[in-house]
Design a protein around this ligand. Structure first.
Ligand code: PLP
Length: 443
């Protein structure tokens, strides 16, 4: 019998993220008890956010870490939850009749419930994946063939990460469909007129990022969904850069699929989730096959497990799921409004400070942005700037940011990208500005 996400073997709706071994004094429980900040006020120049101390690597390193769009650092409570799981409850899930397996299953399914609640989905609609890339691949491989006919269209945008382009290219090639990309404006916003022009009656799927990793542009997903619905297209949102900075409510967004990664929202690598609307997931065939995703196997034929297990072949990343739920608990222990105000302040402060530097051009000036600042220094290659910043212990990302079509649209090889997390401060921005000034003087 296939395990049920709402069964007594681990009902996510009944428990708030119980941690394995919690009866034995789980350190993650202590840490997530941090009092909520009550003000959304901006920190004074040079002062550090209180929650910075929760991140051992950030506190212990002399590196100014400004590569949060690539991956975030992890709070102690996430590290503790993973360690506690392995120390007290490690066993395979959904299978054995023994106590440890039962405990691991409960923690694993409770983690699903925690993550589902965070994005306002039902637990059955949350499929564990390795991350955003795998989530989009799942939708492209299992959903797209059910709707794409020769001559149909999948619409993406020039803003997309390669993870939200290549899977659709392959799906289109297999179906004889075509891939179109809506243009971006010089500010790095989605060109709405071009989007509407390319959204024709043959468009079956619209795949758009929530927040651009390269420029920080926040797309108006409810608008995209409404337009897609008007031609009967299904919407897939690449949410890799969303949940670390925004409250995600898949019902309010209205999308059909939403893929995200744990490691970009203060959780571990190797775990993420794909939200899919129940009726779509139910109608889709499985993607990967094998153990865990079956109900009954005969040599002649197999029947599949119910949602969400139908899409989860093989032993899952149990510790990763528990770590991701701990990251969600951590984010919920903070004041979301205060975090957003803090990150918006960092972006505004960095934009103003860096813009003072002669020959520096900010790339991507959308009206609504996440905390990402891409820039170019005239006469220099982004990689050289990145290397010289690294020599000054400033960690930024340089290059095309896995968004080559976007760089092509801007006619540039890449950018230098500083991306902020909740533990960054104005002091970090000052260090960046000073270091870029030094690079400027060297080149
Ligand atoms: N989409 C966007 C917008 C991203 O920023 C990233 C990672 O940088 C991805 C997709 C892929 O995420 P992952 O590597 O976690 O699968």
């Amino acid at each position: 019998m296939s395990p049920q996400p709402g069964s007594a073997r681990g009902d996510p709706s009944q428990e708030k993220s119980p941690q394995p071994g919690s009866a034995r004094g789980d350190p993650s429980q202590e840490k997530s008890a941090r009092p909520r900040s009550t003000s959304g006020s901006i920190l004074a120049k040079g002062s550090q956010p209180a929650w910075r101390d929760d991140f051992p690597l950030v506190v212990d390193t002399d590196v100014v870490y400004l590569d949060n769009a690539a991956t975030t650092q992890k709070p102690r409570s996430v590290l503790a939850a993973i360690e506690t799981y392995y120390e007290t409850a490690n066993a395979n899930v959904h299978r054995a009749a023994h106590r440890l397996s039962d405990e691991a299953t409960r923690a694993f399914e409770a983690a699903r419930g925690t993550v589902a609640k965070r994005v306002n989905a039902a637990p059955e609609e949350v499929i564990w994946t390795r991350g955003t890339t795998e989530g989009i691949n799942l939708a492209a491989a299992a959903y797209a063939p059910t709707v794409l006919q020769p001559g149909d269209r999948v619409l993406v945008t020039e803003l997309e990460h390669h993870s939200n382009i290549v899977p659709w290219q392959v799906a289109c090639q297999r179906a004889g469909a075509t891939l179109a990309a809506a243009k971006v404006t010089p500010a790095g916003e989605l060109d709405l007129d071009d989007f509407e022009a390319k959204l024709d009656g043959r468009t079956r799927i619209v795949a758009v990022s929530h927040v651009s990793n390269a420029l920080g542009t926040v797309n108006d997903i409810p608008w995209v969904v409404a337009r897609a619905k008007s031609v009967g297209a299904t919407t897939v949102v690449d949410g890799a850069q969303g949940p670390a900075h925004l409250d995600i409510d898949v019902q309010a967004l209205g999308c059909d699929f939403y893929a995200f990664s744990g490691h970009k929202m203060y959780g571990p690598t190797g775990i993420g989730a794909l939200f899919g609307r129940r009726e779509l997931l139910e109608a889709m065939p499985p993607w990967q096959t094998g153990g865990e995703m079956i109900e009954r196997v005969r040599i002649e034929e197999t029947t599949y497990a119910p949602l969400p297990f139908k899409f989860e072949a093989g032993t899952p990343n149990i510790a990763g799921a528990i770590g991701l739920a701990a990251a969600v608990d951590y984010l919920e222990s903070l004041d979301g409004e205060a975090i957003r105000a803090h990150e918006a302040d960092l972006l505004a402060y960095a934009s103003a400070s860096l813009s003072q530097i002669e020959g520096l051009e900010v790339v991507g000036t959308a009206r609504v942005k996440g905390p990402v600042l891409s820039f170019l220094l005239d006469g220099t290659h982004p990689h050289d700037v990145g290397a010289l910043l690294d020599q000054q212990a400033i960690a930024v990302r340089t290059g095309h940011h896995c968004a080559m079509p976007l760089m092509d649209a801007f006619g540039i090889p890449g950018t230098v990208r500083a991306s902020f997390g909740l533990y960054n401060s104005r002091a970090d921005v000052d260090a960046l500005t000073q270091a870029v000034r030094k690079v400027r003087s060297m080149l």
